[in-house]
Design a protein around this ligand. Structure first.
Ligand code: FAD
Ligand code: NA7
Length: 651
């Protein structure tokens, strides 16, 4: 140890001691002990290698100081230590974020522990530092929080402003919907921002450009392929409107994908330009933590660079899950591959029954392909089940086959090719085994958060071990105060592009623009782009019943027939409107559901009204626009409870 280390300790027992601490005059329990030196740590010595020497200090000591200064509350602990758990639980109860350094989980834990002992003279863990000052033991902490002194200590300004020697104010890991929005917003406040974005190729080798899932392999190509399918339907309808088209109209997959990919290419380019214009530095590198304030970026060629930042934002999104059965990674595709597939997929089996599965099955069938959906349990888990079933019925009537209560057990290749031929063995819940041949098998069985290989254990960011998702507080802050997370990686939040964007922008404004506005995750509207689109905002009927009780909700509903569909005489009594109201709150609308063409456009407007506290009476007093689908919401009069007829004969 160098001379800079003093063998003193700070014991905080009452308010005056907190004050004196604030004045950098620490009290000591034992008068014989020397007054401790409170040493602010200076981080970010760029030249320093991870475990090298720094300013004459041993690298272990430097490391300890880095940890101590990484957060307002830092707890050196061990996962199996009872007192450590008590202390962490106590901080959890107080809702005070802390940074726990679990010494038994770190490779260099033993040497850190030794050094910590020299530094603190504490023989037992935990060692708790608040604003870089050591608090002796558990009982002190309890006493402090009982007296309300703890909050005061946290709220007190630093004795000296800490020197900021980080290279960046903010490093964003992940250049998707959320990451790009947050980085540009932060840069608007004059902050120095770096975005790292890197696409790990899919098992079949598919990769893409800047912008994340939505732009490259999500919302954008999905909606455009849905549009391609709707145009096929429009072509059929057009005959009754007098258009004379050839009998055998064919769809060309290659032209569609090329046009869509060209458009996506232009978006990738626009994102780069926009980062440049906003003075955000972009690097096409894979980011992972190597220290609490330091990140490693590895590019495609394996070249490595290191960067430090005061704060970090994790916005790494999710990637498709695989089944873990023979042949899945070798022969199946996922949505990551589908939108740029260089050949028409042919006869396709879609495995999974949530919105990605049904949307893909819907447009593939709409393009004229033979499509089967393998459903393990129910359609569209989490959505209103009445509407989910109606979507299934509509898809079935339009040629999609459903294999219900089956799961695949093996995928074998019979013939290579573009597409080739695959044999799929599956088993039903009652044990029945079947095999069937397909050209393509598309897996849409869920997505995993990209959080397990980015070194989160180094700064100590907690993830849900089962799901890989990151829990955050209502300010998108993880348990490590200088690290934030947004978008699809978040636990218990909606996985939607506008949600990630809103959370990212608001976070940057709070961090750098003195804003206090938080992202509101309630009543977020969404749309499922199945052939018959489904728009929803607020609670499903099932959840409304759970929340308010069946007797306390009124459900108004009706079928309707879009005028455009009357001439081709198709799909009457398929479009459906449902509004769920809370009787005890002046029939406030708590759930809005619509099956209709352009359901997203309809739902967006109603979502604004719902945010303003829309009631049924206000809906009734709104004058409709005639003749449009959404006017049905101004005339809903039949309640589900009444059992009255809701069938429509005409407009
Ligand atoms: P992403 O957009 O996924 O961005 C994360 C980025 O981080 C990616 O580029 C990833 O490659 C990169 N990355 C990961 N790890 C690292 C690392 N260690 N270092 C550097 N970079 C890394 N939402 C809607 O609102 N509407 C829709 O219609 C819709 N349709 C969808 C259709 C499909 C098929 C899918 C799959 C999703 C759809 N979504 C839709 C969801 C939407 O795409 C996501 O909610 C949104 O993209 C989440 O944004 P994000 O910023 O959290 O992550
Ligand atoms: P979801 O919403 O997680 O749904 C997964 C679907 O896949 C669901 O229907 C599951 O059935 C089904 N599933 C899951 N595992 C299996 C196996 N092993 N075999 C058969 N079927 C299975 O995933 P999505 O891909 O649709 O969407 C994920 C996110 O991506 C979404 O939130 C968007 O942001 C984009 P279950 O109901 O569990 O029986």
């Amino acid at each position: 140890m160098g001379n800079s280390v003093r063998k003193g300790k700070v014991v905080i027992a009452n308010e005056s001691q907190v004050k004196s601490l604030h004045l950098n005059k620490a009290a000591t329990r034992d008068p014989d002990l020397r007054k401790p030196e409170i040493r602010p740590y200076k981080v970010g010595d760029k030249e320093e290698s991870e475990w090298g020497k720094n300013n004459g200090k041993s690298s272990v000591e430097t490391k300890i100081q880095q940890y101590i200064s990484s957060s307002e509350v830092v707890i050196f602990s061990k996962t199996m230590c009872e007192n450590c758990s008590k202390v962490k639980d106590h901080f959890d109860e107080l809702d005070i974020p802390y940074f726990a350094v679990e010494l038994d989980l770190l490779n260099n834990g033993q040497s850190l522990e030794k050094e910590l002992y020299i530094y603190t003279m504490e023989t037992a863990l935990p060692n708790v530092f608040v604003k870089e000052k050591l608090i002796e033991d558990y009982t002190d902490i309890v006493q402090l929080s009982k007296d309300g002194l703890f909050q005061k200590l946290l709220e007190s300004k630093d004795d000296k402003p800490r020197e900021n020697t980080y290279e960046y104010d903010l490093i964003v890991i992940g250049g998707g919907s959320g990451g790009l929005a947050a980085s540009k917003e932060a840069a608007k406040y004059g902050k120095k921002v770096l975005v790292l974005d890197y696409v790990t190729p899919s098992p079949l080798g598919t990769t893409w450009g800047l912008g994340g899932t939505c732009v490259n392999v999500g919302c954008i190509p999905k909606k455009l392929m849905h549009q391609a399918a709707l145009l096929g339907q429009a072509l059929k309808d057009s005959i009754k409107y007098g258009w004379q088209i050839e009998d055998n109209v064919q769809h060309n997959w290659d032209i569609m994908t090329e046009s869509i990919q060209n458009y996506i290419g232009s978006l990738n380019w626009n994102y780069r330009v926009s980062l440049m214009e906003n003075k955000v530095k972009y690097e096409n590198g894979y980011g992972e933590f190597v220290e609490p304030h330091k990140i490693k970026s590895t590019n495609k060629k394996g070249k490595v660079k290191f960067y430090t930042a005061e704060r970090f934002l994790i916005a790494t999104g999710e990637r498709p899950r695989y089944l873990g059965i023979p042949g899945d990674k070798e022969y199946c595709i996922t949505s990551d591959d589908l939108f740029s597939l260089p050949y028409c997929p042919g006869k396709t089996l879609v495995i999974g029954a949530s919105y990605v599965a049904l949307e893909c099955a819907g447009f593939l069938a709409g393009l004229g392909l033979d499509v089967t959906v393998m459903v393990r349990s129910i359609l569209l888990r989490g959505f209103d089940q009445q509407l989910a079933e109606k979507i299934g019925e509509h898809m079935e009537e339009h040629g999609v086959k459903f294999l219900k209560h089956f799961v695949p057990t093996k995928i074998e290749q019979i013939e290579a090719g573009t597409p080739g031929k695959l044999k799929v063995t599956s088993q039903s819940t009652d044990g029945t085994k079947i095999t069937e041949e397909y050209n393509t098998v598309l897996l849409a069985i869920g997505r995993d958060a990209c959080t397990r290989t980015i070194g989160l254990h180094i700064p100590g960011v907690k993830i849900n071990e089962k799901t890989g998702k990151i829990p955050v507080n209502d300010e998108e802050q993880t348990n490590v105060p200088h690290i934030y997370a947004i978008g699809d990686v978040l636990e218990g939040k909606l996985e939607l592009t506008p949600v990630a964007i809103q959370a990212g922008r608001f976070l940057a404004r709070r961090l750098y623009g003195n804003s206090t506005v938080k992202c509101d995750y309630i009543n977020v509207p969404t749309t499922v782009f199945t052939p018959l689109e489904y728009g929803a905002c607020g609670l499903s009927e099932e959840n409304a019943i759970l929340k308010y009780g069946e007797e306390n909700i009124e459900v108004y509903h009706s079928y309707f027939w879009p005028l455009e569909w009357t001439v081709p005489a198709r799909d009457n009594n398929k479009c459906y409107a449902k509004v769920i109201c809370n009787i005890k709150d002046n029939e406030k609308v708590v759930g809005f559901h619509v099956l209709a063409p352009n359901a997203g456009e309809i739902t967006q407007g109603f979502a604004a009204a719902i945010k303003c506290g829309l009631t049924k009476e206000q809906m009734d007093s709104t004058i409709g626009i005639h003749p449009v689908c959404a006017e049905i919401f101004t005339t809903l009069s039949v309640t589900k409870r009444s059992g009255g007829s809701i069938m429509q004969a005409g407009c």
